[in-house]
Design a binder for this molecule. Structure first.
Ligand code: UD1
Length: 419
């Protein structure tokens, strides 16, 4: 298994091209199953979660053609209904997003219960309730979710008890073919959901309220060929912003959109980082030692849970103490003991971590446990004295395109090795 070796202490300088959003790509790939016309996706990130989802739709008979690295044509004309097996589903939790489109198109779906990052229990009750509200019979049978709507789905009012991103995507995709109007209340407002709505609209769906907490969908049966360009990855952009901050460097995030990153930019500014828009994206300038800032994760437009680990790395060398609260997932602190191995002063208490900033971190061997935890250890390694070796970096490949190479281009001393 590959390792990353980092010799820390160099400020990052330069420009980083921000890839298309992984979390936008996954539902969009699955949305191709709805239509009997091709869907062309551009600005697709080259990450393994995307490959997993492309392989998954391929197993349903979707023809996949790639004429360029970041562009794919998905043609589900000849798609057939089958079941998603555990060996594919366990590789990425997002595979269960196929439930909505399969049910919408074929009237039945059978999908193995999901795997993915080990960050808490991650129930799927809201997905299943949304499908049931649209008239599906839903059951769990021997590790599989079985959903049926032989007469088709019927528009309904779906009230999500929390604004789950995945459940909003499931409800939205299923509702596109339901008869009549569907209303999704307390919908996730994330840019990735708005991007899914934009793509579904280009495919012929009728959707109002994208980006708000109330989505209204008028179901229809026919779709058309569509071409859709993915939004940039705000989590990748936020990760490089944290990298600039933690190393006291200066990075231009090419393609990043400030309007998707307001909460994280506010934290950075309060920590003393200078941010300003450029013609191509966003400039992030670290200016000396960071100031400690309290952070509470919450659904969009709040501070993203997907950046909690990276910002904890940055806060661990800030001046002063701060509290980091995780309110989205109940067990997303696997990086805490690993950061402590590098010398961070962290006290974990339930869903809160008290971070007392230290003057320096010191390199050590550490273990990556999930996607965002892996990258937080890399950020810590970039500012630590001496060598940090991050093991199990395959987690990184799920969501970061070309991370080591992008960092090297900005002056980092990092190499990927096979021990
Ligand atoms: C998506 C993102 C993930 C991000 C998360 C929160 C993708 C592929 N992944 O994950 O990177 O960290 O949003 O921004 O887009 N919940 C339930 N029941 C459900 C569904 C969710 O209780 O049926 C809970 C979860 O356990 C969690 C919270 O709701 O505590 C948020 O989860 P959700 O927004 O659904 O996250 P995902 O869509 O899985």
């Amino acid at each position: 298994m590959d390792q990353l070796k980092i010799r820390g202490g160099r400020p990052l300088e330069g420009a980083v091209d921000i890839a298309g959003a992984k979390n936008a790509a996954l539902p969009l790939i699955v949305a191709s199953l709805l239509s009997d016309h091709p869907l062309v996706l551009t600005n697709l990130p080259a990450v393994t979660d995307v490959e997993t989802l492309i392989a998954l739709v391929g197993s349903y008979g979707v023809t996949v053609s790639r004429d360029q690295a970041h562009r794919v044509t998905l043609d589900a004309r000849g798609a057939f209904n089958t079941e998603a097996h555990y060996d594919v589903v366990r590789r990425a939790r997002a595979t269960m997003l196929v439930l909505g489109p399969l049910l919408a198109r074929f009237g039945t779906a059978r999908v193995s219960l999901p795997g993915g990052c080990a960050i808490g229990a991650r129930p799927i009750d809201l997905h299943l309730k949304a499908l049931a509200a649209l008239g599906a019979e839903v059951a769990v049978d021997a590790g599989y979710i079985v959903a049926r709507a032989p007469q088709g789905l019927t528009g309904a009012r779906i009230v999500l008890s929390s604004p789950s991103v995945g459940a909003t995507a499931t409800a939205l995709m299923a509702a596109t073919t339901a008869s009549g109007e569907t209303e999704i209340l307390n919908a996730a407002r994330d840019p990735e959901i708005a991007d899914l709505a934009a793509c579904l609209t280009a495919m012929g769906a009728q959707i109002e309220g994208a980006g708000s907490h109330r989505l209204s969908i008028m179901g229809r049966r026919s779709f058309r060929r569509a071409v859709h360009e993915l939004i940039p990855d705000r989590v990748e952009a936020g990760t490089y912003a944290a990298a600039a901050a933690i190393t006291g460097g200066r990075l231009e995030l090419v393609g990043a959109r400030l309007e998707h990153m307001a909460a994280e930019c506010e934290v950075l500014e309060r920590a003393g980082v200078r941010l300003f828009p450029t013609d191509r994206g966003l400039m992030v300038e670290g200016r000396g030692r960071l100031a400690a800032v309290d952070i509470t994760t919450s659904p969009f437009p709040g501070f993203p849970t997907d950046l909690q680990a990276q910002f904890m790395a940055a806060m661990s060398v800030a001046e002063g103490a701060c509290m980091i609260r995780e309110t989205v997932f109940e067990n997303r602190f696997m990086h805490v003991p690993e950061l402590m191995r590098l010398g961070a002063d962290l006290t974990l208490n339930g869903t809160n971590v008290l971070v007392r900033g230290v003057e320096r971190l010191v390199g050590a061997p550490v273990m990556a446990t999930d996607l965002r935890a892996s990258v937080c250890l890399i950020l810590a390694g970039l500012c630590a004295e001496g060598e940090t070796v991050v093991n199990r970096v395959y987690h990184l490949d799920r969501g970061y395109e070309d991370l080591a190479r992008k960092l090297v281009r900005c002056g980092a001393d990092i190499e990927r090795v096979r021990p």
